[in-house]
Every structure is written in C-alpha cells, then in structure tokens.
Design a protein around this ligand. Structure first.
Ligand SMILES: [Zn+2]
Length: 759
C-alpha cells in the first residue's frame, strides 16, 4: 500500500499541489502504518480463521431458539464461556435482572360477515431446525397488553407525514386500530405515533413489495419473505434510552430502585402485533373509503384503501411481565504495556428465533477472532493494551445486556476505553464501518489491507468505488455531502469520511450514553436477508445458501475486526486523526443552517397558498380533502457560534494531524504517555451531562438516533431536531451547547498538538 502510494507521488511530480497532498497522506500512512500494522502477526491471525469451523459453530448456535428467557439462550452463554476459556482467555459471565415480557396469548380477528383469524405463527418448512411451534409467536416486545375491538385504518408506513396526509383526507385514527407496513421508519415508532394519535391498537405487516415476492423468489426457493412470514422485534422506545426499561441510566442490579411497567416511559400502552402479508391481505381488503395515494400502495393484489373498515377488528395480547436474567460473557487478555487502556469488541448472542444472519453471523466472527488472538497469545505474543471480548445477551429486546454492562461499569469504561468495536448482522457484499468519525482514517487503513474474496480488490477499493456512485443516485438525500465523500473516495491518498451512528445495536450504551468512541462493522449489499429478518426463516439453511455461502464474508468480518483490535491494542500512538471528522462537522453545520432557511421559505410560500385558497381550488370536490396545517413562521436564528466552533475544530484538527505525522513516531516515552492520556478521553468532550432535550440518557451532542425517526442518526441532534420540530428557543440553546462541545474537543486537540510540537 505504502509503496504504491509513493510511486504514485513520483508520477505526479509535476502536479505540484496534488503531489504535496499525496506525500502528506503517504507520510501520515507511514507513521500510522509503522505504529499500527504488523503484517506477520496479521498473517498468523488469518491462519487461525477457519470458515468451515465458523459454519459448524453457526449450525450449533442456531439449532434452537435463543431469545431471552429460552433455555438455549443460557446454553449459548455457557458454551461461549467455555469457548473463550478454551481459546486461553480469562472469561466470566455477568448477569443482569431485566424486565422482559413473554407472550402468553394473543389473537387478531376480523369480525362481521366474513370472519377471519390471523395465523400469528409461521409455517414450518423442512429446512427449519425445530419441530413446529417451539418458538415465539408473532410478537413485538414491550408493546402494551390489551384487549380491544374497533374498526381498522391503513396508515401506510405509519410515520409523521402519513398522519398529516390522513388528516387532509379527513380520516382520524382516534379509537381505531391501525395497520402499518414495515419500512421507512423504525418499528417502534409506528405504534408510538398511533398511540399519540389516539389509536387503541396497532398491527404491523411486511408488504411483499418491500421484502416479499416483488423483491425475489420467496423462501425456501429463494431468499425473500414467504407469505406466512412476519417480523418480530422490539417496540421499546430506545430513542429515549436503551437497556432495561425499569432502570434507565442505572444498572439493573439487586436492591436497586426500579420503575414499574406503568411508569417506564419507553414501554407502550397499546396492544401491537406483527402479521404476515398473507393475513394482511384479508384485513386490508376489508377496508373501504378513499383509495390511498400512489406512494402508499404496496405489492398485494388488492386496491389499497385508507378505511376505516366497516367490520370491526378484535386484537388481544397478554404477556407475562416478570424479570428475566440476561447473560453477558466477558473475556479478557491483559495488556503488557498499557494494561489500563482497553480495546473492547462485542457482538450479541441472542436471536429472535434461530438468528443465523442476526446475530450469529457476527457472533461466529467474534469467536473466530477470539480463537485467533488466543493462538497468538499461546505463541508468545502479548497485546500492549488490554483486550476485552464481549458476547452480549438481550440485544434484540432493547440492547439489554450491553447497556446494563455499560451502565454497571460506566466510570471504569470512561477512564479506560480506547475504542469499542461492534458487529451484528453480516452478509456477502461491501465493507462498511460507521461510527466515531475521528476514526475514519483508522478504518480506511485497515480496510486497505483486507482483500475482497470476490474481486481480489481491497475492501477499501470496493467501498470507495461504491461511494463514488452515490452522488448520481436519485435516492441520495444530501448530494453536496455525497459529492464531498465521493471526492475523497476518488483520491487514494485521501481519508474516506465514515458515516455517523444512531442506534440499533450494542454500541449505543458506549457511544451515546458514555461518549466512548465506537465503530459498527458489517459486510452487506449483495445478499437479501431483509425478508427473513427476525423470522423463523433466518436459519442456518438460509444463511448458508443465500447470504454467505461458504461463510467467506463472515470470515472476512473476523479478519477485518481482528485487524482493528490488534492495531488498536498495539498502537503506541492515538488512533484518532480528526481532519475528516472536522470536515463532516462543517457539512453538518451547513445542513442545519440550510434547514432553517428552507423551512422559513417553505412556510412563507405555504402561507401565500393558504391565503389564495390554492389548496381548495386544486382539490377534487368528490373526495374529502382539507388544506394542510399552516407551518410555523421561522424566526431569525444565529448559527455563528456553530460556525466559529466548526472553524476552530477544523484548524485544530489540521494542526494536530500534521503534528502527529511529523513528530508522532519520534516522540519520547514521557510525551507519548501525555499524548495518549489526552486523546484517550477526547471523544467524551462531545457529551453534555444534561443530555438531549426530553431524553437525558442520550448525552452525545453530535450523534443520536432521531427521536421521530428511530434507528437512523441525527447529527447535531439538539439543534437539528429543535429546528425540525419548530422549537426555536431550544434550537438557540443547543446551538450554544453543541458549539461548546465542539470547542472543548478542539481545545483538547490543541493541547495534544502542543505535546507533539512543544520544546
Ligand atoms: Zn442483531
């Protein structure tokens, strides 16, 4: 890699500016590479990773359901503990008592002239490892039990815009049961918004247009969702907090205070169930009323109408709400030089049913890495930093195991953790790492040294190639940002900025609550597992035939994550190189300022349309159609504090990166210790103890899941969401708070640069 870049630099000799840029990048790579990569060590590591063995592990780990509270869930924890110990690790299990409801009985029926009962269980196929009915039925965890009867209304994806459209169509969901399709927004948002709009029950179905027969042949013939399949999941409101819903912000331990099911803010109040598209077809066909807008229509052979239905629907869910035990398996290898600095790697081990692609694809990678690192230790190698491997429990219901562990060990983790590296699902395709953006360079340097088995190019080259296509993609939201990233991707000497993280897996407690830098790794994009996600069909058979034949990409994940762990553990220099982080921040600051301007302009235009009766004049008089609610007028908002902070960050990042490249390798031991201490906790300067508005558990001021969108990230969330939701004073307040966080990061960088350049 290095030689190739230097050759490139010589060819570019007459190009002046470009050459200087490439040489700087090559120097950065040189120092980083000497500090980070040990090719012989990594070859030895790779030699221990066996796809065949990983496949055998997956076969065992997926032969029974592994959800929280199931007997096999505990077996997996004990089996994983024995594996870690066999690999030579110092390992133990940490247990937490968490609220986890188990379904007892449930029913969805169409009453009236043509009565119909929803199946609520998935048809067994001969590829399914267990006899019928040994798994959880149709279920979403932390819905509100209930027994309700009411007419049905179709709400499309059940997101905010859909309720606005319904209101304009003159349809209210108050006192009704709603039916929403999966997709667009996070699962838990659908029943929450239904509840907020006065609905008394919620059904969620998988439309074949999104992940069924419109997409591919259905299982077992192909990978897509069969008619009887449905998606389980959690509807716990993790945009408020993750972990045990009764102990937000505290460990779920004996004798600790707990909320009750009734007072826990992230447990829903209305009964909710997922149903298959075979069943949804019957319920949707019962709807009368207006034909829905074109973008509300799915792939079922019916006319999609909004409702309400003439016949009533009966929905009943009853669960058992006792505390259950989750089992985190924690394994450790003590560092030789910096034992008080930790590199943590994790993946969960609980599934909704058999959980092959989710989570065992990532879990067997984690195990393969643990075996390979164990073998290196047995051959005499010791990591400089302490390495912790964690096999989490209870991820599926609400990141329970990882969040409780992060809350339990918060002070120690904040003092010691260099980086948390997560994975979860995995499939054939492209490498992606998402997370703390000051680690973009670190991610790229590892990806450049991993070879894609299909193309023999590096996984970095494939990743860069894919990013270059994004600006031309009609679906790309921010073209300017996509162009910026594509430009970096096209320049082999430039760092590709990684994307930011919201929530949806076990990094959340570390990143969002504690401010510890985190990365989430995955291969994906060439295999379709959406159709079996959280169903009984996510099995060994499905994974080995359609998702990763030969376990090649699961092994590749092990090699990628393993290299990150080894390099993070052995680096004598900090891993952050924040220039591309600073560039991303500058872009986000531009985005929020543009958001305010766009909203101001739209509100002005809409006020004119309302005054001139434009909506009334363009409405079809035979249909109910109300004008939209008037948008709030946007006052003048001063973004200068954010602009100033972004500029300071940018300057500090440039100075630091250059100083690290120039002086990092030759630093005295004393200065190196000072530098490492400053950079160890620098990412925590981006947090604010009071947290985000209405959700104090979320302390990161740069990254958070969208309160109204779910898993997906909102960057500069305090500012962005206040603008989106028209809380102008709060926007002003969080402009100040966010700017302060960025300035604290920049000040820490300046201090670190002074250590690098000082006399
Ligand atoms: Zn998962």
């Amino acid at each position: 890699m290095l030689l190739r870049l230097l050759g490139l630099a010589m060819l570019a000799a007459e190009l002046g500016d470009l050459m200087r840029k490439i040489l700087i990048a090559a120097t950065v790579l040189l120092s980083a590479t000497t500090a980070l990569a040990d090719p012989a060590l990594e070859q030895n590591f790779d030699a221990s990773v066996s796809p065949a063995e990983m496949g055998a592990w997956m076969k065992f780990l997926t032969h029974e359901p592994s959800n929280v509270g199931s007997p096999f869930n505990k077996t997996i924890a004990e089996w994983t503990l024995a594996k870690f110990r066999g690999f030579g690790w110092d390992a133990h299990i940490e247990r937490y008592q968490v609220l986890y409801p188990t379904p007892l009985s449930e029913s969805v029926e169409l009453l009236g002239g043509k009565p119909f009962h929803a199946t609520l269980n998935e048809p067994w196929t001969k590829e399914t490892p267990q006899p019928k009915d040994k798994w959880l039925p149709a279920y979403v965890a932390y819905q509100g039990d209930g027994d309700v009867t009411a007419p049905l209304v179709y709400v499309n994806y059940g997101v905010k815009e859909d309720y606005e459209a319904l209101a304009r169509m003159g349809i209210s969901v108050k006192g009704k049961i709603v039916i929403a399709r999966y997709g667009q927004g996070w699962r838990g948002l659908k029943p929450r918004l239904a509840q907020e709009h006065g609905a008394i029950g919620c059904l969620i179905f998988s439309d074949p247009r999104d992940d069924g027969y419109s997409v591919d042949a259905v299982y077992p013939k192909g990978p897509a969702r069969p008619p009887g399949g449905f998606q389980r999941g959690s509807v716990q409101d993790i945009t408020l907090s993750s972990g045990d819903p009764l102990t937000p912000g505290f460990v779920a331990g004996p004798g600790k205070p707990r909320l009750t099911r009734e007072t826990a803010p992230n447990i829903l109040k209305i009964p909710t169930l997922p149903i298959s598209y075979a069943d949804a077809k019957v319920f949707l066909a019962s709807l009368s009323g207006q034909v829905v807008p074109p973008n509300w229509r799915g792939g079922l052979p019916i006319t999609y109408r909004a409702g309400p239905s003439a016949a009533r629907i009966h929905l009943m869910v009853k669960s058992e709400w006792s505390l259950k035990t989750v089992y985190d398996v924690i394994a450790k290898i003590e560092g030789s030089t910096y034992p008080e600095q930790w590199v943590i790697r994790g993946n969960h081990h609980d599934g909704w049913v058999f959980g092959a692609t989710d989570p065992q694809a990532g879990h067997i990678a984690l195990l393969a890495e643990a075996k390979a690192i164990g073998a290196l230790v047995k051959s005499g190698w010791r990591p400089k930093r302490t390495i912790l491997y964690a096999s989490w429990d209870g991820e599926e219901p609400g990141l329970l195991g990882s969040t409780e562990w992060a809350e339990d060990h918060a002070d120690e983790l904040k003092a010691k953790t260099v980086l948390y590296i997560n994975s979860d699902t995995n499939a054939r395709g492209f490498f992606d790492a998402v997370g703390s953006q000051d680690f973009s360079h670190f991610v790229g340097s590892v990806a450049a040294d991993v070879t894609d088995p299909e193309t023999r190019a590096s996984v970095d080259a494939r990743r860069r190639a894919k990013l270059r296509l994004a600006p031309l993609d009609a679906a790309t939201a921010d073209k300017e940002d996509a162009k910026r990233i594509a430009q970096a991707a096209a320049d082999p000497a430039a760092t590709v900025p990684i994307e930011a993280l919201g929530t949806g897996s076990d990094y959340t407690g570390f990143l969002q609550h504690l401010g510890i830098p985190a990365l989430d790794l995955t291969y994906s994009g060439e295999a379709n597992w959406a159709g079996v996600y959280h169903s009984i069909y996510d099995s060994y058979d499905h994974h080995s035939r359609f998702i990763d034949p030969g376990f090649v990409y699961d092994a590749l994940l092990a090699k990628t994550a393993g290299r990150m762990v080894l390099r993070a553990a052995d680096s004598d220099l900090p891993l952050q190189q924040p220039e591309s982080f600073a560039a991303s921040i500058a872009q986000y600051v531009k985005q929020v300022a543009k958001l305010a301007n766009d909203k101001r302009e739209t509100a002005k235009i809409q006020a004119g349309l309302l005054a001139d009766q434009v909506y009334a004049l363009t409405a079809d008089p035979t249909k109910t159609s109300a004008p939209p609610t008037a948008l709030a007028q946007v006052p003048v908002i001063d973004f200068a504090p954010l602009d100033t902070a972004a500029a300071k960050l940018s300057a500090a990042a440039k100075t630091y990166d250059e100083a690290l490249a120039k002086n990092g390798a030759a630093l005295s031991a004393e200065r190196r210790a000072k530098l490492l201490a400053l950079m160890l906790t620098i990412d925590q300067t981006l947090t604010n103890e009071a947290g985000l508005p209405g959700r104090p558990w979320y302390k990161h001021m740069i990254y958070a899941p969208g309160r109204q969108t779910g898993y997906g990230v909102k960057t500069l969330p305090g500012v962005r969401e206040a603008l989106e939701e028209e809380r102008w004073d709060e926007a002003r307040l969080y402009i100040g708070i966010t700017a302060k966080a960025l300035e604290a990061y920049a000040a820490r960088l300046d201090a670190a640069a002074a250590v690098l350049t000082g006399p």
